[in-house]
Design a protein around this ligand. Structure first.
Ligand SMILES: Nc1ncnc2c1ncn2[C@@H]1O[C@H](COP(=O)(O)OP(=O)(O)OP(=O)(O)O)[C@@H](O)[C@H]1O
Length: 473
């Protein structure tokens, strides 16, 4: 009888061995006596054994904290169960293999190899869910006013390569509690990214508290950050006041413009971060700190350290993971999409149909340097939206510094210098110009592909090939 069970198991497993070895999940199959019948290569590699050497051995002698022998005995499946192996917390599934009503063995898989991986996948799922909600919300609330109070990764517009890699970096670091320093010129979206990291983290249900270190007078900073007790100083409120650190408890504290923090406060902040506890002004008790810290700056901290204006030790504390946001002029590929995004947003807010940029206006925008980055682009679009007639934004409605850029540009003529400065070969530059032309005309034609193909004098299938080639959706 036992031999029959083993034959059945052999038959069932032989077909799939190659596939099981190719899987990323770790797989182990035991026979009805809980002896290892098969273990796939990734699992054996992790255990530091050779698959052939452990065949036929009792699973309990090979895999720490296994419950496969129990699955064989009870015939009960166990899903998503924690299992500590070689010091890591794994998540495993165990299923009995049943043939004609009898248990002939069991199959176990380790689906998450440590809690970090589990958290990363959790963040990834959150990003997917947020994307799903975002699209559903968009179709449900197309006419409603946007509050703009909370930002998700999906609110960050940008298809350029650099933006795509930033999104994946954000998804990766969001799950841990790692301290993040976001650097970038003014208006590049530092606050937006801070929100997105918080939303994707395990702290998403807890507060996100922002402090603009440059906006608070130096004498108030300490009590703003750490709070104060009743009677701590003249004018202190009855009952005292909680500081931003206390308000952010369990959540994320976002210290914007950290480069502007006075030296005395830098020392105090460093102490709080080192001791991981905070004491309010005039207080006698410290409370343990449970926050994730995100800081941002547009100032070069390294130069501030050299000039003695920023503490080097604090710099290392806050710069655990750095996220560098590129200025808009280094990702011109995103200008057309961002412009359209802001016009659509205004259209939803006001109920007015969104005007379209003429080719000349958009061409000038693509050639402009955008010192104020995305905030400047948003303001330019807002001004143009309210002054536009006939659902068109011509060059004349753009501010003078931009319009100047466009006066030398003939309608429909695209300048070769619209290519990124670092696009080296002629082929790359031509590609970039082609991409810009297509994006421009897409916006002009309100995304009507038939019109676009007609205006460009190409067939629809050629247009689709080109859209595909340039990754334009
Ligand atoms: N990628 C983006 N997609 C959509 N909107 C963006 C993007 N980046 C920035 N914005 C918008 O641009 C404006 C400026 O962004 P934000 O305040 O995050 O920039 P910042 O770098 O923190 O600026 P500052 O350093 O001046 O505080 C905001 O209205 C924001 O919503």
């Amino acid at each position: 009888m036992p031999l029959k069970k083993l034959e059945k198991l052999t038959q069932a497993a032989n077909t799939y061995k190659t596939i099981l070895n190719a899987m990323e999940e770790w797989v182990v199959i035991v026979d009805h006596q809980a002896k290892i019948f098969f273990i796939n290569r990734p699992y054996a590699r992790f255990l530091g054994v050779k698959a052939e050497d452990v065949m036929g051995k009792k699973v309990t002698d090979v895999i720490e904290n296994t419950r496969m022998h129990i699955t064989v005995q009870t015939g009960q499946a166990e899903r998503l169960s924690f299992q500590k192996i070689l010091g890591s917390n794994m998540i495993a599934n165990r299923f009995p293999i049943i043939e004609q009503g009898e248990v002939i063995g069991a199959v176990g898989t380790v689906i998450f190899h440590d809690t970090h991986e589990w958290k990363q996948i959790n963040s990834h799922i959150k990003a997917l869910l947020a994307e799903h909600d975002f699209h559903r919300q968009k179709s449900l609330t197309a006419d409603k006013v946007e509050t703009g109070a909370n930002f998700h990764l999906n609110d960050i517009i940008g298809d350029s390569q650099v933006m795509k890699s930033l999104s994946s970096k954000v998804t990766q670091v969001a799950s841990g509690d790692v301290t993040v320093l976001i650097r970038g010129e003014s208006g590049t979206g530092k606050e937006l990214y801070a929100h997105a990291i918080h939303q994707l983290s395990d702290r998403a249900e807890f507060p996100f508290i922002k402090v603009n270190c440059a906006a608070i007078p130096e004498n108030l900073l300490e009590s703003e950050l750490f709070g104060y007790e009743e009677g701590a100083f003249t004018g202190a409120k009855k009952g005292g006041k909680a500081g931003k650190f206390q308000l952010a408890n369990g959540g994320t504290l976002f210290l914007d413009e950290i480069g502007d923090l006075p030296l005395l406060m830098q020392a105090k902040l460093l102490r709080v971060l080192q001791d991981r506890e905070v004491e309010s002004v005039g207080g006698t008790r410290s409370t343990p700190l449970n926050i994730r810290l995100i800081t941002a700056t547009h100032r070069p901290l390294e130069s501030l350290i050299e000039s003695g204006d920023f503490r080097e030790d604090l710099y290392y504390r806050i710069n655990v993971v750095a996220i560098d946001l590129p200025p808009l002029r280094e990702r011109r590929d995103d200008i057309a999409k961002l412009a359209d995004f802001f016009l659509q947003k205004l259209s939803r807010r006001t109920g007015r149909r969104a005007p379209k940029l003429t080719v000349q206006a958009l061409t000038a925008m693509l050639a402009y340097n955008w010192p104020g980055n995305i905030r400047e682009l948003e303001n330019v679009m807002e001004a143009a939206f309210y002054t536009s007639h006939d659902r068109k934004i011509p060059l004349s409605l753009l501010p003078p510094q931009l319009a100047q850029n466009g006066t030398s540009i003939q309608e429909n003529a695209i300048q070769p210098n619209l290519a990124q400065p670092n696009a080296s070969s002629l082929k790359e530059q031509l590609n970039q110009v082609e991409r810009n032309i297509i994006k421009t005309v897409l916006i002009e034609c309100g995304d009507n592909r038939t019109k676009v193909a007609k205006q460009l004098g190409i067939s629809k299938s050629t247009l689709y090939e080109k859209l595909d080639k340039h990754g334009i959706s």
